[in-house]
Structures are given as C-alpha cells and as structure tokens.
Design a protein around this ligand. Sequence first.
Ligand code: FAD
Length: 468
Amino acid sequence: GKGDVHAEVVVLGSGPGGYSAAFRAADLGKKVVLIERYDTLGGVCLNVGCIPSKALLHVAKVITEADEMSSHGVSFGKPKVELKELREFKDGVVGKLTGGLEGLAKGRKVQVVRGFGKFTGPNMISVEGEGGATTVSFDQCIIAAGSESVKLPFVPHDDERVIDSTGALELEDIPKRMLVLGGGIIGLEMACVYDALGSKVTVVELMDQLMPGADKDIVKPLMDRIKGRYENIFLKTKVTGVEALKKGLKVSFEDEKGESFTDTFDKVLVAVGRKPNGAMLDAEKAGVSVDDRGFIAVDHQQRTGQSHIFAIGDVVGQPMLAHKAVHEGKVAAEVTAGEKRAFDARVIPSVAYTDPEVAWAGLTETQAKAQGIKYEKGVFPWAASGRSLSNGRSEGMTKLLFDPEDDRVIGGGIVGTNAGDLIAEVALAIEMGSDAVDLGHTIHPHPTLSETVNFAAEMFEGTITDLM
Ligand code: FAD
C-alpha cells in the first residue's frame, strides 16, 4: 500500500462542496486531506456540469443572436461550427478552473489523495488508488460525494447514441434529430445548445409544464420561444421504451390519453434527474446512515448521526446546486473548527441558463397556493423595459411576491436575458428582510434590466411611472 496519513479533517469528494469545505477548514488551521477518485479536482460542477455547459451556452447565445440580427438590418453568414475547436474552448475553460483548484489546494497545504474512498470504521477511510491503498485516519470527516445521472431501466444506456449530460457536453457530433428525455433545467440547457448548433430537438416531459419546480408564468416565455424553434415539445407524455436499431433509436411514447406513438432519433439525451452517491461509501461502517435513495440525512450544522462526521452538497438532498453545496461546505468546515455556524439561509436561488434564462428564489406562487401561504405580488413585464427592447427582446418578466402583513419580499421569479444574474438581488432582498419600499426606493441604474426588480416593487406599491 501507499501508507497511512492522518487528517484532522478529511473531505471525501472534491466538487464545489468538497473543495470549499477543504479550503475553509485549512484556512481555519486544520490539517486537511481531500480525497478524489478522478484526476482533476472540481467534481461534476467544474468538469461535467455548470462550467462546460455555460461555455457551450455562451456559444449558443452568440449563434442565435447573430442569426436574429438579420431582422435588425445586420446579417451574418451561416455559422460554420468546428467541433474540435469548440471542444477545445470548453475544455480550456474547465482546465483553467480545475488547474486553479490544484494551486489553491497546494497554497493551503491541503493534501490531495487520489482514489476511491470507502469507510472502514468510524475514524478511517481506505482509498483505493492506482498505486494501491492509502489509509486515511481522521478526527472529523466531511462527506461531499455528490451525485450522478439517473439511468432508466427501459433505455439501452450502453448504446453510444444514448447519452447523459456528460455525453452531451462531450459534443461528439451534432445529431440531425435529438430527443431530450426530461424537461428539467439540465435537459433544457443542453437542448438550447444543440438547437443552436443545428440539431432538430424534441423535448419530452412527464409533467404538464417544463421545469416543474418553477411557476408556469415564468416558464411560459421560454416555452413560447422554443416551441417555435424545436421540432416537438411533448408535455404530459411518457417514454415507455427505447429500441436501438441500425437506423436510429426508436422511441415509444405514451401521451396523457394513453395513446402510443413512436419516432426515431439519432441521439437520445437522458436527463431525468440525478441520484446521490451515498450508497457506495460503506458509510454504515462509520455508523452513518444512508437512506434507500442514497441520501445522507444531516442536521442544521450538516452533522450526520455521527457527530464528528458531516455531509454536504448533492449527497444530502435537493436542490442539487453548486452554490448550495459551497454554502453547506463552508458551514460544515467552520463547525469542525469549533465555530457556532449553522445552515440558516432563507433562500437558495435556482437558475436555468436557457434562452431566455429562467430564475427563481424563495417562495413560488405554486408553493404558496399548495401550502396556503398568503402573498401579494408585483409583476413587471419586460415589454415595458427600455433596455430589454433595446436588446431586441420583449418576452421577459420580473415577479416579486410579498408578505401582505409587512410588505417584505418572500419570493421572486425572473425570466429573460440575464435573469440568473438578476435573481441575486431578489435573494439579497429576502435574506435582508427588505420590503417593497426598500426595493422601490433604491435607485437602480437606467437603462438596465436590474430596473425591472425596482419596477416590480413599484408595481406592487402602485407608485410606478412611465420610465422606459
Ligand atoms: P459533486 O460535484 O458531484 O462532486 C463530488 C465529487 O466526489 C466528485 O468529483 C466525485 O468523483 C467524488 N467522489 C464521490 N465519491 C467518491 C469516493 N468514494 N471516493 C473519491 N471520490 C469520490 N449547479 C448549479 O448550481 N449551477 C449550474 O449551472 C449547474 N449546471 C449543471 C449542469 C450539469 C450538466 C450538471 C450535471 C449539473 C449541474 N449543476 C449545476 C449541479 C452541480 O454540478 C452540483 O450541484 C454540484 O456539482 C454538487 O457539488 P458536490 O460538491 O455536492 O458534488
């Protein structure tokens, strides 16, 4: 074997949760070991998630914007896509960030141990790496093992034309006709990329709307736009089988009336959700319980049932988002160092970086109705935003939900260009307990899309003027 190391804090998994926890614990003076099975640090987010998808979405946006310029009097030629160079751009972005993490780890004397880690006892992890096993003994542990794509039993996943998000990001080719199985954030982002690159895209979703977690009204502008661009969008429709034929993947669908139909695609992207990696860690040997689905339950300080073992990120539950993992990682690290920290964030914003972007934070109207929570709202349609019209787009919307008792902001949804950046103000407002007057009286720069947050508050207060 490679021998033994001791860690005051060992972190299992180097995704955004894991590296944030490791760096924070090291900054607080702990001797930290970070375990990762893959060559590069950064987990799903940096390697095969948030970052490569955003690099490709940027390219998609430039392509569609250039195309739509023709209606503003400027025409470009048809884009010529060099897949190899496009892949190099994306891989370059990823490489810069994962390489940067390596440097940050070194700078903090965080020891990275490569290999697959499994618990062998309440204070011991065995890491199976290339050159043999390393035994890491620890005082405290932070589990940050993340998640992986869900596979479907009736789909031939071993056929190379069936891909998950990782396969989609590899950009092997641009299929002529592609089925995106699952209308959630990840599926729709990839649909956006392949549509811009020239694929004919079909999206199939079981529920009655795309992105079931978001309010229907903020998803509608996205729906309206992609309805015109994609080949088909099937809602309330189930895929019942995928057959690998020589000429393509023959997919069987069943609509809400129980009627079946089939269609054949060059590629099928399965994006039906992600499942936690909790079950592969032998966590029970450390006395940590993992539920049937692979989630590890934690308290408000990220502690598992074992008080010296913490868990963070995708492996502890929804929403499976990088910024949630980072926040939890910092909380756990600070608690290992004896600080009185707890997870007490009011909101975790969600963003789909589609075109248009869809973002929400805090209470949604759907949730409010389901839970009987009283609210009032202020809505500002971007058709009245000078900046949005200048951008050649009018379909956006900013919606704020207020507590009728004290006018405090309790939720918000934004759809439109840069909605993902704009939702940060709503998150800050909710965290700070801001009310409608705070948002209405804060001077926002004109003409920006950020004004729409200010205007939505004024719509609620009834103090809006015609500032375009
Ligand atoms: P992960 O990033 O999953 O990292 C876990 C790490 O642990 C991995 O590197 C894994 O190899 C390692 N590991 C696991 N078990 C072991 C073991 N036993 N031994 C050694 N190593 C182990 N989120 C956003 O917020 N914004 C986005 O735009 C966004 N886009 C996404 C796009 C795609 C295509 C996908 C798939 C996800 C996206 N996400 C996004 C979600 C985001 O990637 C995850 O929420 C985030 O990566 C979770 O971080 P984590 O630290 O919990 O785990």
